[in-house]
Write a protein that binds this ligand. Structure first.
Ligand code: HEM
Length: 515
């Protein structure tokens, strides 16, 4: 008994020592940092799933408002939380090479789904990015628009059905995500997902979409565990994403390949590109080292698993981010009817000269666009963008950031900092009017990220969000459901910014005025 108790004491002492052994990291470098707690560092509220990551980093930065870089500890690991726009420019753009990793980079090859563009780093990331970028060119977007337009017709039917059956409030994120899922299915994979059809609860795409973004304590725990102890996590054969997800997309891809008889079609969509990659077995591109000078080319082996990883990323990023942003926009406009009326007037004026929503909706509705920009300020999809130092780097201050150090870019804090955005909690789309936009300090607002790793799907996102919102406002205005709170709390376990309550709105059919 005594022996067991002694063992426990020794184990606890060893854990305590291990979890605090690096806690002098920032003091030795003369960097200010908040006092960390054993085991959890300064991210306890996030790791214990009590607060969202954006709120936690915001609280860290607020303790040291004048420090360009605040030291902190993510569990036992040091992390640099960077809040100075000039430093952010260096990290994300000018000296990007040194920060081209995202987080726990060395482990991204250990799971099929983390072998994708979002998680990889170094040469693999560079070659992939180079090869996938052409898919998102403006010309490609324009060519894809008819597919999105087609999805807006199903959205109209879905909104009609929802407004009639859920008079007390519609779960708007779920409705819009069915639209964006259909858009990405059509544009990226050339398939009709059918998720906007009636009784689509059993639709496999919808089910897999729910699985990818499942909000649960276990999922939150696994994400935190992986980010702190990646070696142990993978040694225990755990994975961040359930195995059904890659299996599902493997079968989808094989079916689409078969339909296209393993030859590229004239659609030149994502599947065509994937087919071309599959045939060549390798992709070629520049080494990431060329960013420092040089002209090295290299090849990366392509196998089915690797292709599946990219597919899942595009599917997941393609629907969830845009539906979340669209529904936050609707939530804010429901709270401010006069702003909503400005959007409706703009939509009516746009539709008065054309019968259907067209690709020009991305440029012809500036106020709606401002609303989306303001939504992304208040609710950045990724509340913290991460980077990892891949080679020692010395800042202009003389502080050296060592290889392997985590860097957190606190988007929520930057976007809600009164120094850059007066009355930061107020939803005011006029901040992004052409006159005001030019006064925004560079590198204080970048909801799609910045530099070579900026969101590759930004244009696609904008296109489907604008098309979806125009379709909705063509026939409805929105009001908060009676049980929908105006002040919300954020989910602490969701992968992207989300409210704990969801967003419930009433779709009120618009009374059309005769011209
Ligand atoms: C409102 C919609 C969206 C928002 C706010 C958003 C935001 C972001 C952010 C903040 C990043 C990280 C950028 C960085 O590290 O600097 C990112 C990366 C990425 N996004 Fe998006 N995204 C959106 C929609 C999409 C869509 C529709 C797709 C694909 C169809 C997509 C695909 C990606 C990919 C592949 C990356 C990784 C890029 C890389 O690391 O090179 N995103 N996104």
């Amino acid at each position: 008994m005594l022996y067991a108790a002694a063992l426990i004491v020794v184990a606890l002492a060893a854990l305590y020592w291990w979890s605090t052994s690096k806690f002098d990291y920032w003091s030795r470098r003369g960097v200010k940092f908040p006092r960390p707690a054993p085991l959890l560092g300064n991210y306890g509220a996030y790791l214990l799933q009590r607060r969202n990551l954006g709120e936690v980093t915001r609280a860290i930065c607020r303790q040291f408002p004048d420090e360009p870089l605040v030291g902190a500890f993510y569990g036992p690991h040091p992390v640099a939380v960077v809040q100075d726009p000039a430093l952010l420019k260096l990290i994300t753009t000018k000296d990007f090479y040194y920060f081209n990793g995202r987080e726990v980079s060395e482990h991204t090859h250990k799971e099929t789904l983390t072998r994708n563009l979002f998680f990889t780093y170094g040469d693999k990331w560079k070659v992939l990015r180079q090869n996938l970028t052409p898919l998102f060119s403006s010309a490609k977007m324009k060519n894809m628009f008819p597919l999105i337009e087609c999805c807006t017709h199903d959205l109209e039917k879905l909104l009609d059905e929802q407004s009639k059956t859920n008079k007390n409030g519609v779960d708007i994120r779920s409705v819009i995500s069915r639209f964006t899922m259909d858009c990405i299915g059509a544009c990226a994979f050339g398939i009709n997902t059918g998720v906007m059809q009636k009784d689509s609860e059993v639709n496999p795409f919808r089910q897999i979409g729910d699985k990818i973004f499942e909000v649960s304590i276990i999922r939150g725990f696994l994400t935190a565990f992986r980010s702190i102890w990646p070696s142990l996590f993978y040694a225990l054969r755990l994975s961040m994403f359930p195995p059904q997800i890659p299996a599902f997309f493997h079968s989808v891809l094989m079916t689409v390949f078969k339909e296209r008889s393993l030859t590229a079609s004239s659609r030149q969509d994502f599947v065509d590109m994937i087919l071309a990659l599959k045939k060549s077995n390798y992709i070629t591109g520049d080494s990431v080292n060329n960013m420092k000078g040089g002209n090295d080319k290299l090849q990366i082996k392509v196998d089915d698993e690797f292709l599946v990883a990219q597919c899942v990323l595009f599917f997941a990023a393609g629907f969830e981010t845009s539906s979340t942003t669209s529904s936050f926009t609707l939530f804010e406009l429901a709270k401010q009817p006069e702003l909503q009326q400005r959007v409706i007037d703009e939509v009516d004026s746009y539709l008065s000269t054309r019968s259907e929503v067209g690709y020009d909706c991305t440029t012809e509705l500036p106020f709606l666009e401002q609303c989306i920009e303001e939504t992304l300020r208040l609710y950045p999809v990724l509340p913290v963008v991460t980077r990892e130092v891949v080679e020692d780097y010395t800042l202009p201050s003389g502080l050296t950031l060592e290889k392997g150090l985590r860097v957190h870019i606190p988007m929520t804090h930057l976007h809600r900092n009164p120094k850059y955005f007066p009355d930061p909690d107020e939803y005011n789309p006029d901040r992004f009017s052409p006159e005001n936009k030019k006064n925004i300090v560079p590198f204080t607002y970048f909801p799609f990220g910045e530099g070579p790793r900026i969101c590759i799907g930004m244009r696609f996102a904008k296109m489907q969000m604008m098309a979806g919102l125009v379709t909705l406002f063509k026939s409805y205005r929105v009001e908060l459901a009676p049980d929908m709170p105006t002040e919300v709390t954020y989910s602490s376990t969701a992968m992207v910014t989300q409210f704990t309550t969801g967003i419930k709105l009433i779709l009120v059919p618009r009374v059309k005025t005769a011209n």
